[in-house]
Design a protein around this ligand. Structure first.
Ligand code: ZN
Length: 137
């Protein structure tokens, strides 16, 4: 399996607009995209820093994954996403190694990336995402 870089860090927030202001006005990053991912019941905002992005996630439904996360743990780091070459193959390899997958097959995430989540039970408590940008290659 070949990871190339940290693609993004996903952060669960209660209020996207307020959080965007922190990243823009305090940290000096520029939000370059806001996108709703209906499938995941979230609205996302993206910032870029080097090869890595910050993905802010606001829930659009209290019963969605981010809504539930915030209810349990409050705002904060939600997941870590690695860019990988060959996501399908990587999932097969991980399964062979006994890693519990949330997604057996890649699906479409924000920005048109192919993504898949690994279960935090198998990753030391960190919800881990793999992504591949097939538009690039
Ligand atoms: Zn993500």
């Amino acid at each position: 399996m070949k990871l190339t870089h940290i693609e993004h860090i996903g952060i669960a927030v209660k209020n996207l607009d307020e959080s965007i202001r922190f990243y823009e006005d305090v940290l000096g990053l520029a939000c370059y995209a806001v996108e709703e991912v209906k499938d995941q019941k979230v609205k996302t905002a993206f910032f870029k820093l080097g090869d890595t992005k910050i993905e802010l996630l606001e829930s659009t439904d209290p019963g969605g994954p981010i809504g539930k996360f915030i209810e349990k743990k409050g705002e904060g780091v939600h997941h870590l996403a690695f860019a990988v070459d060959g996501i399908e193959k990587a999932l097969v390899t991980l399964q062979e190694k006994g890693i519990q997958l949330v997604d057996q097959q890649p699906r479409k995430g924000a920005e048109g990336l192919d993504i898949a989540f690994l279960h935090p039970k198998s990753t030391g408590g960190v919800l881990t995402e793999l992504c591949e940008d097939k538009n690039k290659s």
